[in-house]
Structure formats: structure tokens, C-alpha cells
Design a protein around this ligand. Structure first.
Ligand code: SF4
Length: 362
């Protein structure tokens, strides 16, 4: 029971962007099944900035004006908790989650300290299980910043959506989906919500990308691709805002400047110099940010740097090694070799087309 409540809390806090207190206050029935084709929404309470008419903080909070968007793993976690919690009760009722006291609601939720301990215990248990099953790569690594706690999930989510949209395969779909849900859905209309964190992290990621590109170009690195010249122009502005993004307004200024919308996309070995009208990833989609998880190499917003070309060659080599293995079936080996050939062709084209900041082509 301890691990189930911790696991559900982690899923909810990490994949919704709710504050810890808002997760703890969720009630049975907070996420009804939508009508056919609709999206699951969570109706919960918010506490931050809620005051009564005399200006006193209202500790009971109020029902959030705009519901949270729930992606499938979140709905699953809520359904698990609803099996445990009594009808109409709190999902994290302390008594319900404490065996042997059992399923009698007290109307009192966990304290943060108790949940913090459960999360730590869960991480230890999950790591031990991973070792026992011979899955060393799934061990939860030690965190240099100390215990995970309950408050770091929101910022981690924003950081990952902004910077690792094509990261771990299982999560890439969720991150991509979360950004769409947030920018096109209900969360974007809430005040002071996670979308502000998301904007700040996205602007910081953009600033970091431009600063790195600026330094690389100054050192004589080359760049190629249909968006290479636009990337060079954007990088020239990097020194003016590097390290200065602290507020949502600063982030919006950067994200709203079409000349600066440059995103690194390491998983696709390219840089996206985003222009909405030319974006191929938006053909079947809506939204005002690139879908890096659905990036298409033939897009007119693509630029490759020397680093990307090196990575293309390294990845091609890895695929060729896999293809040469006797354990790989023939058809799969053919596909791996074919993919390696495509990557090498991209790297060759970069070498042929590359320009640098001193001699941009027209
Ligand atoms: S398809 Fe184009 S716009 Fe979309 S992420 Fe890739 S390069 Fe950017």
C-alpha cells in the first residue's frame, strides 16, 4: 500500500504539473470519463493565492477554474486510487492508505513529510527490484540534489518537456502530448499554471542552444541545411540575453520573437529554426511550438551543425555494428544498414554544404 500510494502520487505530480497540495486534495470522482472522443479532465482544488473577501488565505482552497488535462497514465493512477478510496472521499486519505487501519475515511490527507518518506522508500524498493530482475539500467540513480521530496516534479516536468521532447522513448510520447495539451488545451488558460514554468524552461533551452551555437560559430564551426542562415542570424543575438531569463515576461519576449525560435533536437541530430508556416510537424496538428518528437528531416526549418554531423556518423557506426552481429535477423540487419546509409548521406551533405558565420551564402 505504501508503494502504491507513492507510485500514484509520482505519476500524478509529474504528469499533470499540479502542486503537491493540489494532488493530495483530489477526491474520488475528480476525473469522470469523457463523452466519446473527449479528453479526460481533472476537477481539483487550488490553494495558492486563494483569499476570502477580507484578504485572508483560504486554507480549504477553491475548485480550479479550469480543469487539469489528464493523459492516460494519470487517468490510470486515479482509477487505482479510486479502488482504494471511499466514494466521495479523498484519494490520498491518510487512513485509507495505512494498513492495518483500513478503508475508513478520516478526511485527513498525508502530510508532506509522510509522502516524502514514501517516495524515498519507493525509489529504494524499485531499485532493489530492478537489480533482482537483472535490469540495472532501471535503478533510480542517486540524486546529487538530495532527496526527491514532493515539490520538484513540476519543474522537472517543465524542464523535460522543454529540453528532452525526444528523450526516452516511452516518455517522449507523453512529453509531446503534454505540450500539445498544455498549449492547445485548458491548462494554458489557467493563471500562474505550469505553462509559465514551461515557457521559462523553453526560453532557457532556446537561449542555451543559441549561446552554444554562437560560441561554436565564433570558433569556426560550420552549419548547413535550409535554415542555416536564419540560425546564424539568431545566434548573433545570443549574447544579449544569455543567463538573463528569470521571469515569465522575459521568457515570453524571447519566445515571441520569431527571429530567435531555435530549438536543439539531439534525437533527430538537427536544429529546428522554427517558422510555423514552414513546419512539417504541424501538418496534422495545432499549436504554436514545434513538435520536436515528430520532427521530419525534410523540413525547411532544419539546420545541421558540425556536432550534428559527428553524431550522425557515430550513430551510423553503431547501427552498422548492430547489423553486422550474427544474432540480428537478416531483414532487420538490412533495415539497420539502410538507416546507417541514410545517416551517412546526411553527414556527407553537411560536409558539402556547410557554411560558417563569416561567409554566409545568399
Ligand atoms: S519538422 Fe520542422 S518545424 Fe517541426 S520540429 Fe522538425 S524542423 Fe522543427
Amino acid at each position: 500500500m505504501r508503494h502504491v500510494s507513492a507510485a500514484c502520487f509520482i505519476v500524478l505530480a509529474y504528469l499533470t504539473g499540479m502542486r503537491p497540495g493540489e494532488v493530495m486534495a483530489l477526491e474520488h470522482g475528480c476525473c469522470p470519463d469523457p463523452a466519446e472522443g473527449g479528453r479526460h479532465l481533472i476537477y481539483g482544488r487550488v490553494f495558492k493565492g486563494v483569499h476570502d473577501q477580507d484578504g485572508n488565505h483560504y486554507s480549504a482552497g477553491q475548485v480550479r477554474e479550469v480543469p487539469w488535462v489528464a493523459i492516460p497514465p494519470v487517468v490510470t493512477a486515479i482509477r487505482v486510487l479510486e479502488h482504494l478510496a471511499p466514494e466521495g472521499g479523498l484519494l490520498f486519505d491518510a487512513s485509507v492508505h495505512t494498513i492495518p487501519r483500513g478503508r475508513v475515511s478520516t478526511g485527513r490527507v498525508f502530510g508532506y513529510e509522510a509522502m516524502r518518506h514514501r517516495i524515498e522508500d519507493f525509489a529504494i524498493w524499485a531499485s532493489q527490484l530492478a537489480v533482482r530482475l537483472g535490469r540495472g539500467h532501471e535503478v533510480v540513480p542517486d540524486d546529487p540534489h538530495g532527496a526527491i521530496g514532493v515539490a520538484r516534479f513540476r519543474r522537472s516536468l517543465a524542464w523535460h518537456i522543454a529540453r528532452r521532447p525526444g528523450g526516452l522513448v516511452a516518455l517522449a510520447i507523453q512529453y509531446g502530448h503534454m505540450r500539445t495539451a498544455m498549449s492547445a488545451g485548458y491548462a494554458a488558460r489557467g493563471r500562474g499554471g505550469i505553462h509559465e514554468l514551461l515557457d521559462i524552461e523553453t526560453a532557457r533551452a532556446t537561449a542555451d542552444t543559441l549561446t552554444t551555437l554562437h560560441d561554436d560559430l565564433a570558433a569556426g564551426a560550420g552549419i548547413s541545411g535550409p535554415a542555416a542562415r536564419r540560425a546564424i542570424h539568431a545566434a548573433a543575438q545570443a549574447p544579449t540575453f544569455a543567463g538573463s531569463i528569470r521571469t515569465h515576461r522575459q521568457a515570453r519576449d524571447i519566445l515571441g520573437n520569431p527571429a530567435l525560435t531555435v530549438y536543439d533536437n539531439p534525437r533527430s541530430f538537427l536544429m529546428c529554426v522554427y517558422n510555423r508556416d514552414r513546419a512539417l510537424c504541424h501538418r496534422l496538428d495545432v499549436g504554436d511550438a514545434p513538435r520536436l518528437d515528430r520532427c521530419r528531416p525534410s523540413c525547411a526549418n532544419v539546420a545541421h551543425t558540425d556536432h550534428h554531423a559527428d553524431q550522425l556518423l557515430q550513430h551510423a557506426q553503431t547501427l552498422e555494428k548492430q547489423a553486422a552481429s550474427e544474432t540480428v535477423p537478416g531483414p532487420l540487419a538490412d533495415r539497420l544498414s539502410q538507416r546507417a546509409g541514410q545517416l551517412r548521406a546526411l553527414a556527407d551533405r553537411h560536409v558539402h554544404d556547410r557554411i560558417n558565420a563569416q561567409e554566409p551564402t545568399a
